[in-house]
Design a protein around this ligand. Structure first.
Ligand code: ADP
Ligand code: MG
Length: 737
């Protein structure tokens, strides 16, 4: 199919193809990857593909791709970047002939799976064979067969630890670069330094917005990287604002959907909300109101289907967004309409055709990090102007559309920021820093970041890794740190897992880690809240939520042959199956690192629980809070933040000292997944961190000081006793001689 020519630029044999040759192969009878005849479905999808703006630019793409090592691609969302460009590259590289493959990164798991599935269909191959995907804890690729791998940016970053030169790839495509996740930003830094060493590696940076110039300038080799611009093909979108600010944006969104359904022409609706619970709730309410509407007025109002979309949705349900709108109930009845209620994922990552109306309340869940008090939280926050523009654009894909913004025009102009700040300025970096140190980045401050993180945030990350003993005082990786980096987990978690054999409980800690790595598995249906709460209480252990996690997992395992167990206990069987899968994968890493898998249950169960709680302290000693008098609130240690136990917490008392897994900020600051601990353990197991000289004055310091004094007194008595008995013994000896 292609000519092998010696490439004058790179001096190695890189297959060069022309668009015409690729066109020929695509239109041909036989699939060049499977050597099987193309299916009917292939031809049907191909027709749609040929209409995509990117597809019509194939010629220009190949011309630029042949000439340059790095390209920046921009184009409207839905123009075909994610699905088409990687295929062009595969046809051009035919990389399997050199044993190398093509990677295309995505910031989100859901978009990664969805793109791989779509492209496997488009190429008429089985998902997981020639086209596959890889996300944390799930690898759907077949080494040796896979030539195109969609993967999360975080996973590619992790691969760099063992393969810093990305030797297995011929081309790396960083997609959705405008999202500016920490992992994509880090990859850009690594790749920029790599291109000089690996002249044969090609890099494509793809982005939806037009701030491409920043990426072009960043990737300057002699001259800025060239821009491949996909011409837009969008229709005008009318923007409507509310006259007054909306007090309740979810309620306003539901009202707007119903208004559109009642009064506007046919066309699907896309609603942006912020998270799973809110979305499920809104879908239910929309459905009820729409059914009412139809019942009252069946001659003018058509059927309405309402489909949720968020990242933890099971794959089959996620695919429902591509289903057509429901047909009219009778052949000449009013047409049906589809409503998709989605998180930010539909802003640029996933394109749904047929959307004509967008409802935008102007919020999304965003990560925020305060390095001063070391708190990272997900907060519902106003979006940026450019996000609002992206969202509106979703309405103009098929024909002219309308966007209903549930805020005032004045707020849009005055209150919204131009762009979102990149994630690197808004998150905790400890995990990324550990990854980069392992990859071999020596100086994180002088690392060539697209936007450098705040020095204080870097400091906090280094400090945490140092307290965990992953980095020594000079910032070098310790043997423990090397082990920790082998786990795709937060540093605290991997530390706790690695230390757990010392407390005879690595089986249990492994279960806890797996359970903390999957989405919330307690289900609490609206109409059965009471029953769900009772079921939860029955499974909960009073000593702590972490111990409850073990209990739930064990019960699940013990009842594997009872298909109703999860349902009866208001637990998501899918989440627990995922936890079992995560556990099995982490187990393999432990075996590889020769970390003992032990459990030693004492005849006295509480002693065993003490050991487990001590192992928790080894990882999470920085996340501890002390009860403040009897007001029911807690103060976090060292940072002195006032917090409360989250309502989901299963403790039946309010212990004086607790360790928590997570700080959440909703209506007020909460700590979630909480277990009682003893302060002595902190002083004993994390002596470096609990050096009271390093504490600022405050109630928590005083409480710890009291504990320390008590311990010293006890120790003093013990010492005195020991000295006395020594004295007695030597006197005895003397008397005997
Ligand atoms: P971009 O990356 O430029 O935003 P994509 O390549 O993701 O665009 O999508 C291009 C088009 O491919 C979409 O508008 C849609 O028509 C189609 N498409 C993508 N994914 C799917 C899917 N899973 N099912 C059906 N159609 C899809
Ligand atoms: Mg895309």
């Amino acid at each position: 199919m292609a000519d092998s020519t010696k490439d004058p630029l790179f001096g190695f044999i890189r297959r060069r193809v022309t668009a015409k040759q690729v066109q020929g192969a695509i239109d041909g009878k036989e699939n060049p990857f499977t050597r099987l005849p193309h299916s009917d479905r292939y031809h049907k999808i191909l027709e749609a593909r040929k209409k995509l703006p990117v597809y019509t630019q194939m010629d220009d793409f190949y011309e630029m791709y042949a000439k340059h090592q790095i390209i920046v691609v921009v184009g409207e969302t839905g123009s075909g970047k994610t699905t088409q460009i990687p295929q062009f590259v595969v046809y051009s590289d035919m990389p399997q002939t050199k044993g190398k493959i093509v990677a295309c990164t995505q910031p989100r798991r859901l978009a990664t799976m969805s793109a791989a599935k779509r492209v496997a269909d488009e190429m008429d191959v089985r998902l997981g064979k020639q086209v596959g995907y890889s996300i944390r804890f799930e690898d759907m690729t077949d080494p040796g067969t896979t030539i195109l791998k969609y993967m999360t940016d975080g996973l590619l970053l992790r691969e760099a630890m063992n393969d810093p030169d990305f030797e297995r790839y011929s081309t790396i495509i960083l997609d959705e670069a405008h999202e500016r996740t920490v992992a994509t930003d880090s990859l850009m830094g690594l790749l920029k330094s790599l291109v000089k060493r690996r002249k044969d590696l090609k890099i494509i940076v793809m982005s939806a917005t037009l701030d491409a110039l920043k990426f072009q300038k960043y990737f300057t080799i002699d001259e800025p990287a060239p821009l491949f611009k996909v011409p837009g093909r969008t229709h005008p979108v009318g923007i409507f604002y509310t006259r007054e600010p909306e007090p309740d944006y979810v309620e306003a969104a539901i009202r707007t959907v119903i208004m559109i359904h009642r009064t506007e022409d046919p066309g699907d609706i896309l609603v942006f909300l912020t998270g799973q619970e809110e979305i499920e709730d809104a879908c239910r309410k929309i459905k009820i109101e729409a059914d009412d509407l139809v019942a009252n007025d069946p001659d003018t109002v058509g059927p309405l289907s309402c489909i949720p979309l968020y990242s933890s949705l099971p794959p089959q349900q996620q695919q429902r967004i591509f289903d057509p709108a429901p047909p009219p109930r009778v052949s000449d009845g009013p047409p049906g309409r589809k409503v998709i209620v989605s998180t930010n994922i539909a802003e640029t990552s996933l394109t749904v055709d047929g959307v004509v109306y967008v409802v935008d309340p102007g919020f999304s869940k965003q990560k925020l990090y305060n390095p001063r008090i070391r708190v990272e939280s997900l907060l519902v926050s106003p979006i940026s102007k450019s996000s609002a523009q992206q969202r509106a654009g979703r309405a103009g894909r098929t024909r002219p559309g309308k966007c209903f913004r549930l805020f005032t025009e004045k707020d849009f102009m005055k209150e919204l920021e131009e762009h979102m700040h990149p994630e690197i300025l808004r998150c905790n970096l400890s995990s990324t820093v550990l990854d980069l140190v392992k990859v071999g980045v020596k100086d994180l401050v002088r690392f060539d970041w697209v936007d450098a993180p705040a020095p204080e945030t870097l400091m906090r990350a280094l400090e945490l890794l140092n307290f965990l003993a992953a980095l020594d005082d000079d910032g070098n990786l310790t043997p423990l740190g090397t082990k920790m980096s082998a786990f795709p987990l937060d540093p605290q978690m991997s530390k706790m897992l690695i230390t757990s054999p010392e407390f005879d409980c690595s089986q249990e800690i492994l279960t806890i880690v797996a359970m903390l790595s999957v989405p919330n598995f307690w289900s609490r249906p609206n109409n059965r809240r009471k029953e769900a709460d009772i079921a939860k209480e029955l499974l909960s252990l009073p000593d702590g939520d972490h111990l409850t996690l073990i209990n739930v997992f064990n019960e699940y395992q013990n009842n594997l042959n009872d298909s109703k167990w999860a349902w009866n206990n208001y637990i998501s069987a899918r989440a627990l199956a995922e936890a079992a899968n995560v556990r099995a994968q982490l187990l393999r890493i432990m075996e590889r690192l020769e970390i003992d898998l032990v459990t030693k249950s004492h005849p006295d169960q509480t002693r065993h629980y003490v050991d487990i709680r001590k192992a928790l302290v080894c990882g999470y000693f920085m996340q501890v809070a002390h009860r403040e008098g009897d007001k029911g609130s807690y103060l976090t240690i060292k940072d002195n933040q006032v917090v409360s136990l989250h309502p989901s917490c299963g403790l039946d008392t309010q212990p004086e000292w607790v360790l928590f897994n997570e700080f959440v900020l909703t209506t007020r600051p909460y700590i979630r997944t909480v277990t009682e601990i003893r302060p002595e353990w902190l002083l004993e197991l994390a002596a470096n961190y609990y050096d009271l000289k390093l504490f600022t004055d405050g109630e928590t310091k005083r409480a710890l000081q009291r504990v320390l004094n008590r311990l010293r007194k006890k120790q003093g008595k013990k010492n005195a006793k020991a000295a006395a008995s020594n004295k007695k013994q030597s006197e005895k000896k003397e008397a005997a001689s």
